[in-house]
Write a protein that binds this ligand. Sequence first.
Ligand code: ADP
Ligand code: MG
Length: 261
Amino acid sequence: MERLPERIRKLLGDAPFETDAIGMSGAGIRLYPDAVLKIARDDAVARQEAGIMAWLRGKLPVPEVLACEREGGRQYLLMTRLSGKMLCDSAVLGDAENVTRLLAQALVMVGSVDIRDCPYRADLDAELAIAREHVERGEVDVENTDPATFAPGGFRDPEHLLLWLEENRPREERRFTHGDMCLPNILTENGRITGFIDLGGAGVGDPYRDYAIARRSLHDNTDGPHGHASPGFDADRLFKYLGISPDGEKMRYFALLDELF
Ligand SMILES: Nc1ncnc2c1ncn2[C@@H]1O[C@H](COP(=O)(O)OP(=O)(O)O)[C@@H](O)[C@H]1O
Ligand SMILES: [Mg+2]
């Protein structure tokens, strides 16, 4: 079993834990009765997560940071465990209309955070720079993209997509954004949103960042690659709850940008 940094080991003692296999980032998650230990590659996004969580305390329901250690190229983030079920939990997902309402509520909560003293940037200058790093290091997981993105009529390869994104930047708005607003990163209890997790990519950026990922996650979980809880469900109903008619080109742009993350 992996040896933990001493400070974390002292805090946890020999408490029992379960592991979690939901995340996509390759992070190792240990669920303790009252705490969660997230073990991730010590990269720029991981390094921001504890600071963002601390900045968000009192602004959004997020875990409290208990300790954060870096050792051997890994980051060990120990935080409080939030109660509630993920929006992708089968017990929640059974009612697609309700999940959609909750997801819209989550987007409004995140977009309402006051950004005046927010030091975390997630605008296109910042995001395209990270995307370029991923492309140049060969880290884009092409297997994990929409089949149409890198197909005839789409983009040749990640470099081609990156150049298109750099040359076709939409006009940006500034709002607080989560950065990975998918159903497993949002918790609910008693019909309300009770928690946000996986915050390493959060910061001031365009709200379509979150709209694009939220819509795709709703689609993928209701009638797509992650399950068919509600065959034929129209994920665009999300925008009815948000009270907006989305800008289709911006939706496409931000969905494509996420393919490089
Ligand atoms: N503080 C927490 N409280 C409750 N559950 C958590 C917490 N942190 C993580 N989890 C659970 O572990 C899963 C993966 O954690 P997450 O931070 O999203 O990692 P990844 O980057 O791998 O997606 C979450 O979807 C959630 O089910
Ligand atoms: Mg996650």
